[in-house]
Design a protein around this ligand. Sequence first.
Ligand code: DGL
Length: 266
Amino acid sequence: MKVDSPIGIIDSGAGGLTVVKEMLHRLPQEPIIYIGDTARCPYGPRPAEEVKNFTKEMVSKLSDMGIKMLIIACNTATAVALEEIRSQFSFPVVGVIVPGARAAVQASNLGNIAVLGTAGTINSGAYEDAIRDISTNSTIHPLACPDFVPVVESGQYHSEYASEVVKRTLLPLADVSFDAAILGCTHYPLLQEHIAKHLPEGVRIISSAVETIRDVEGILHEKKLARQSDQPVEPVFYSTGGADAFRLIVQDWLTIEEPDVRHIML
Ligand code: DGL
């Protein structure tokens, strides 16, 4: 593995762009190859075995492209595939669940933490396990939000419709006491303006992207894989579905005017 090799980032679709955004902010000199499996998104309602297989397909492609490190920027895939991917590939692999859990435990004074995620992530119990590993006296309130990802992937995340979907989905938390909420799906930061509006005032909203990139920085230095240059590099984006819809989200969310977005077959 060479220091100038790219870092691979994967997600079921556009959600991992929230992690790319933080990468571009903190580590703009690191080359990125991103794969969004938009043709098969959402992963949330799919059986764990299927998500695992799809994840392996993306990672194999990136491995062939010679990446030096992998970020699984998808909670659903992290929940079911992280350990297996780690055991099968020689490059370092970072997931998004442990960093998010750590940030939430630090942010919560009450120890009462809501976890918003896909059905797959919530059913896996991965956040409960990660939080309990860090703090035994936390109370966790998990909530599956299956309607969020389609709103993001269809590009409607700034709309009034998105606000209504968020409001309706968060109703089960109305009578629950918590002071931190984890956005346990990388698509959800694109809905953060609505989520903040429909959660009780004062609740700290945690996106794991920031914490994840802190981990990435640490590993790059520890393994001597950090690129020795200040020159920023434009990321390359691959989408298994239509490149045009994906390009619009990249342009809006990452404010890159002419992003390099390509179609890829897995
Ligand atoms: N963005 C992904 C996650 O963090 C997957 C969402 C989905 O495809 O359902 O869980």
